[in-house]
Design a protein around this ligand. Structure first.
Ligand SMILES: Nc1ncnc2c1ncn2[C@@H]1O[C@H](COP(=O)(O)OP(=O)(O)OP(=O)(O)O)[C@@H](O)[C@H]1O
Ligand SMILES: [Mg+2]
Length: 272
C-alpha cells in the first residue's frame, strides 16, 4: 500500500490577528500508528499548532492529513478523520445535553439513530460518564466536562486523535482510566500535555516546542531523561519521577504498551 504519513506539517507560520507570532516555522511528520507527545512551556504554540490540524486555523505553510491538504475542499473529510479535543472543554460542548454533544459528530456523519445511540453509549462508557447523558454539560464538574469533550470525538471513531491537555483536572482514577483507554487504541495519537508521566505512559515519541518552533524530537526515554533539555524549556518532571534510561529496542510499541519492567520509576530511582 502507498505510504502516507498521518500528519505532515512543513514550514508553518501563524500569527494571531493581534500580531502575536504563535508558530514560527514548524516542521513535523507523524507516521500512521504513532503516538506522539508534544510538550513545552505555556505560550509555546502547542494549542495553535493543533488548531491547524483540522483547519480551524490556517497559517502560511503546508499541512496535510493522511495526504490531504488541509483546505476548504477537504475539511469535511479531514474533520471526520481527525478527532480534536480542545484544551478548554467549554469550547467543545454546546448542546443542551451530554447525549446531544456526543451524538453531534455521528449524526453529522449520517449514521442511523441506532448507530448513533450505540456510538454515544460506547463513548460515554469509555470516559466513565454513562448515566449522565441527560445532564446539561453546563452542570458537570470540570473533570466531567473534560471527559465529555473527549467522548465527543471518541464517538466519531477518528483515525487520528488529537488531545490538548487531556489529563488536566481529571481525578487520579479517571486519569489512569484515560491512559489505559488511549494505550488500547491503535490509531494515531497526538497528545499535548504538561503531564510528563502521562506522556511517558502514552507516547513513544516526544516533540518539545518553544517559542513557536519544534526544538527537540526524539524517543520518550531520551527526551524525558535529558535534564538539560527539559530545564532549557521550562519542563520539570514531578518530584520523585525518574524515567528509566532504556534502549529503544527494549520497548514494545504494540498498542503503545510498555513491556514489563519498562515502567517509569517513582522513588529514589536506585532500581534504574
Ligand atoms: N486568540 C489569541 N489571540 C492572540 N494571541 C493568542 C491567542 N491565542 C494564543 N495566543 C498567543 O499565541 C502564543 C501561543 O499560544 P498557545 O495557546 O498556542 O500556547 P500553548 O503552547 O498551547 O500554551 P499553554 O501551555 O499555556 O496551553 C502565545 O504567545 C499566546 O499568547
Ligand atoms: Mg495550549
Amino acid at each position: 500500500m502507498h505510504h502516507r504519513p498521518a500528519v505532515e506539517v512543513r514550514d508553518l507560520f501563524y500569527a494571531y490577528p493581534d500580531g502575536t507570532p504563535a508558530l514560527r516555522g514548524v516542521d513535523l511528520v507523524v507516521e500512521e500508528g504513532e503516538s506522539v507527545g508534544i510538550v513545552g512551556p505555556n505560550g509555546a504554540g502547542k494549542s495553535t499548532l493543533l488548531l491547524h490540524l483540522n483547519g480551524i486555523l490556517s497559517g502560511r505553510g503546508e499541512v496535510k492529513i493522511f495526504g490531504l491538504p488541509v483546505a476548504r475542499e477537504n475539511l469535511r473529510e479531514i474533520r471526520r478523520r481527525v478527532g480534536l479535543v480542545f484544551q478548554d472543554p467549554d469550547d467543545q460542548l454546546f448542546s443542551p445535553t451530554v447525549f446531544d454533544d456526543v451524538a453531534f459528530g455521528p449524526l453529522n456523519m449520517g449514521l442511523s439513530r441506532e448507530e448513533v445511540a450505540e456510538a454515544v453509549d460506547r463513548a460515554l462508557r469509555e470516559v466513565g460518564l454513562k448515566g449522565l447523558e441527560r445532564k446539561s454539560a453546563f452542570h458537570l464538574s470540570f473533570g466531567q466536562k473534560k471527559r465529555a469533550a473527549i467522548a465527543t470525538v471518541l464517538s466519531m471513531n477518528p483515525d487520528l486523535l488529537v488531545l490538548d491537555e487531556p489529563s488536566s483536572n481529571l481525578d487520579p482514577r479517571a486519569r489512569r482510566e484515560l491512559s489505559e483507554l488511549l494505550q488500547g487504541m491503535r490509531i494515531t495519537k497526538i497528545v499535548v500535555t504538561h503531564d510528563l508521566p502521562f506522556v511517558f505512559e502514552n507516547c513513544e515519541r516526544v516533540l518539545v516546542m518553544d517559542q513557536g518552533r519544534v526544538v527537540a524530537d526524539g524517543d520518550v526515554f531520551s527526551i524525558l531523561s535529558d535534564e538539560e533539555l527539559l530545564k532549557a524549556h521550562g519542563l520539570e518532571l514531578p518530584y520523585g519521577f525518574y524515567p528509566l534510561h532504556r534502549e529503544r529496542s527494549g520497548r514494545n510499541t504494540e498498542g503503545n504498551r510498555k513491556p514489563d519492567g519498562a515502567s517509569p520509576q517513582w522513588g529514589k530511582g536506585d532500581k534504574a
